[in-house]
Design a protein around this ligand. Structure first.
Ligand SMILES: [Zn+2]
Length: 500
């Protein structure tokens, strides 16, 4: 494409996270047709990692690993702790900024913000509010938190008072049609384009464009973008038009009721949710196309490293759960991972080794000519192109904070939910360990499918002893953190971030 790479110029770095996008769904999106030109180019010029695993089943720990090259239990980026990511830990944005990059974060997900410390080291950081997920109104949904010049300033401002927000969110997840109708009517009246109508926050493209254009050509950029169309709630789009999608109906989507056994999901509801989810991923990929086009228009494409990935997957009862944050099986932790290297040496390849989000930081730093920090656990992704990984990749799913609010909310299901899981995977095998009961489940290839609402069958105890052994230090590290800190204000803090 266009002019050749200039090898003596530091490459730009662009990381796009498709929030909640799981690997198998992304791989099946047909990329033909107009609108996908940019994403087709990106795919053609990328090395694909079909065995990429997220270290966690929810946003905060996964992004913390992406930015630091370390596992959540090494970063203390866990639900039970919920302290913002420590500024002591080397962060990709800080390292690149110190190296002369202009750094910018544009996040659909309000968890990826100054509140978690995830965006604090960026020169400019913008993020959305939770209500943008429910009311997709391009004309109203501007970003929060630009804080140019003061990127460490926390800004825990909410769109609604927390109790009102919690009630409104529950109602909308019970009856998502109401949000959908309001979004559609107002968006049509305000003249939004079809892509804008489907986007959670269409401010991202224009903000990114103006950030890039305002940066001098000789200054390399590091742009981080999070897109959230694959995250629930799912609102109908005019594009749900494939076979499964035609019969899709907007249905109840409250995971909390599912977990508390107050809602038994039907096979039809599962089919509908999968169709809407697939459509959400498709919309996010269309937006990736626009981002690629922006880099081309700015004359930066030929010298840009691109990482396209997901922070966790999404489950539709394949392994007994709904959505994410509960079980590190394949549906919740297998994520897409594409690496585009400007010199074209890895174009179109498919990597052999298992990969993890912790590998992104060392890869990027090596490619821009700096060395990764000493306490970085990840590996250079390029080393996995034609080799197996020497160690397993790990992931976890967390227990709920131990307080009365959660106990009341989940009722008799509380005991089952209040446990943490750890998982280890190599290229061809994977296990998930229930750390409270010591029972292991199969993950990865060879896992028998479970009936909706049921966990897979456990494995015989003498199988996969080697993988089980590798999980011991992970289990112990998490237990140490849990014993160290059980703050009183956990629920309050979660609420302030828009959860529950
Ligand atoms: Zn997420």
């Amino acid at each position: 494409m266009g002019s050749p790479v200039t090898p003596d110029r530091t490459p730009n770095v662009v990381i796009v996270v498709l929030d909640t996008a799981r690997a198998d769904f992304v791989a099946r999106v047909p990329l033909e047709g107009s609108g996908f030109e940019g994403v087709r180019t990106l795919k053609r010029e990328s090395l694909q990692f079909p065995r990429a695993i997220s270290p966690s089943t929810w946003t905060y720990p996964s992004h913390a690993s992406l930015f630091t090259g370390r596992y959540p239990w090494e970063n203390h980026a866990l639900l039970t702790e919920l302290a913002p990511l420590s500024p002591e830990i080397p962060h990709l944005a800080r390292l690149l900024r110190n190296g002369g990059f202009r750094t910018m974060a544009l996040s659909s997900n309000p968890v990826v913000s100054s509140w978690t410390g995830l965006t604090a080291p960026f020169e400019t950081a913008r993020w959305s509010q939770w209500w943008h997920l429910f009311l997709r109104i391009a004309a109203w949904a501007g970003p929060t938190g630009p804080n140019v010049g003061d990127p460490t300033r926390a800004s825990p401002k909410r769109a609604l008072p927390s109790d009102l927000f919690v009630i409104a969110k529950r109602l909308l997840l019970r009856h998502p049609g109401a949000a959908s109708l309001v979004s559609t009517l107002i968006s049509r009246a305000t003249g939004a384009s079809s892509l804008q109508r489907d986007s959670v926050d269409s401010w991202i493209e224009s903000a990114l464009r103006s950030d890039i254009v305002s940066t001098p050509r000789e200054t390399p950029i590091f742009a981080f973008v999070n897109l959230m169309e694959a995250h629930e709630p799912y609102l109908p789009s005019h594009r749900v038009d494939d076979e499964e999608g035609r019969s899709a109906r907007l249905c109840r989507q409250d995971r909390e009721a599912f977990l508390a056994d107050r809602w038994t999901i039907t096979p039809r509801e599962i089919r509908s949710l999968r169709a809407f989810y697939r459509d959400g991923i498709r919309t996010s990929l269309l937006r990736v196309s626009t981002i690629v086009q922006t880099l081309m228009d700015a004359g930066r494409w030929n010298n840009t490293i691109v990482v396209l990935t997901g922070d966790h997957g999404q489950e539709f009862c394949e392994e007994g759960g709904l959505f994410h944050g509960t079980y590190p099986g394949d549906a919740q932790v297998c994520v897409p991972l594409w690496l585009r290297v400007p010199d074209g040496t890895l174009s179109g390849g498919v990597a052999r080794g298992a990969a993890s989000l912790i590998d992104v930081l060392p890869t990027v730093l090596n490619m821009v000519g700096s060395s990764p920090p000493t306490r970085c656990t990840g590996r250079d992704l390029r080393s996995l192109a034609d080799k197996t990984r020497p160690d397993p990749v790990f992931s976890h799913s967390e227990q709920l904070p131990d307080d009365d609010g959660f106990r009341m909310r989940y009722g008799s299901q509380w005991i089952g939910l209040n446990r943490f899981w750890v998982a280890a995977r190599t290229e061809d095998r994977g296990i998930v360990l229930d750390t409270h009961r010591g029972i292991t489940f199969r993950a990865g290839r060879g896992r028998p499918p479970a009936a909706p609402g049921r966990r897979p069958d456990s494995m015989p105890s003498d199988e996969a002893d080697d993988l089980r052994g590798t999980l011991k230090p992970v289990d112990q590290a998490i237990r140490r953190i849990l014993n160290e800190s059980l703050p009183d204000s956990t629920e309050e803090r979660l609420r302030s971030w828009g959860y529950f």
